[in-house]
Design a protein around this ligand. Sequence first.
Ligand code: ADP
Ligand code: ZN
Length: 530
Amino acid sequence: PTDAPALEARSALETLHRVFGYDAFRGDQAEIIHQVVGGGDALVLMPTGGGKSLCYQIPALLRPGTGIVISPLIALMQDQVDALSAVGVRAAFLNSTQDAGERARVEAAYVAGELDLLYLAPERLRIPSTAELLDRGTIALFAIDEAHCVSQWGHDFRPDYLQLSMLHEQWPQVPRIALTATATEVTHQEITRRLDLSGARHFVSSFDRPNIQYRIEPKNQPLQQLLQLIRSEHPGDSGIVYCLSRASVEKTAEFLVEQGITALPYHAGLDASIRQRNQSRFLREDGVVMVATIAFGMGIDKPDVRFVAHLDLPKSVEGYYQETGRAGRDGLPSTAWLAYGLQDVVQQRRMIDQSEGDRAHRQRLAQHLDAMLALCETLQCRRVQLLAYFGETSSPCGNCDTCLNPPEGWDGTVAAQKLLSTVVRLQRERNQRFGATHIVDILLGKQTPRMTEQGHDALSTFGIGADLSEQEWRGVVRQLLAQGLLGLHGDGYGTLVLTDASAAVLDGSRRVLLRREIARPTRAAKKSAV
Ligand code: ADP
Ligand code: ZN
């Protein structure tokens, strides 16, 4: 009598060796593959670089028929198919970039049973003929990649993902595996509900990426800070630099090239052919720095990205974690570095206030931003804070900036009171509102033309903050904003206003703990000798 599970496990391992050339499964891979090969559903939450692809590719090879992979990453389908073809897996894709002839060839191959894997863009499922086509062949499984795109709460919602519940309704006997690297509890629950996966086995891997060193520092001269990072710690390394806008992508890439660094731009405003070319160079050449908006990176599989730098504040912790997760997939030491300043907070709040969508949507965006700010201003281990966000408890990592250089906390109550009372005076006595720069000038007692013109040198708070530097005051403003003790007016100009929580600081019933602004030394000799 054959021992079916053992036989199946052997053939999974055999496929891993023979087709993919790897020695052993990692983490939950073997269990997940077992579940899907056996015809069960699976929901896989695994960090970027964890090895999600094999979890559906091997079952597709072991089960009769073709594995159908739903993926939003149209730009990457060609690369994925090429990579699979190179190891002898019969793969193809159907999306809007193909002409009718190509599509017909792929469809014929599918119907003839000549494909192991077929990648589909989610919008193909809106076309009725797609379902008919699928019925003419044999479906081994459905893999729903980037499954968090079904979550409206998340940061990457795609309406076409909502209809993926139809897979289960139309083909109840076909196993489904949904995969994502974004795994807050809320997103997890939403994926489960929307894709009807409550009967599935859920595989939740640890999201810890121990080889990544997380660092967040105040933004002073961002380009110089970036250059310093690359020159001192990552010369000749591959890396990704994220910027918020297309213009800053261009500017940053130009700057790095002037400094002799091989840097390429990538954003949605560039010609598709240029984007494609830059992406291929980044993937194939060593030591290319990709300067990009977040349009770049999802699904990019480059194992030796040594650093991910953010020159602007990400909108959410999920986004930040996914982007930084592209560093160090090979498990070697890598850096996740972020520079952020007061201007980032102002800009992000403005974007939220001006964003389309209802109040609830804006509130959600604001919550995402608040969590990101809390991470930036934390006094504890960055990794502990990050993992806590994803529902994991851990102890201080010893490798992030706050562990290596514990930030000094200081009692900022008096400073906060000085600042808030300046805002109050202007607001109550003169019905005026100003941004951080002017408020700080008042505290410092600067005789600017605007000061005299407005008569603000007569305010009782004029010059009462000379004990702190301008830089320190900006840090106070930023941290009070992050803690919700100070707010931004919705006018989009960064004018400061009081919040409901400000009163308790002003009347002395609430103490304020702040982190000291320090010019942070770069990391101690952490990288192995070269
Ligand atoms: P994810 O989709 O989770 O981000 P991938 O599936 O792209 O991750 O895998 C990340 C990298 O790890 C790839 O280069 C992949 O080939 C490699 N990999 C996956 N599983 C294994 C394994 N069992 N042994 C060795 N390398 C693996
Ligand atoms: Zn730490």
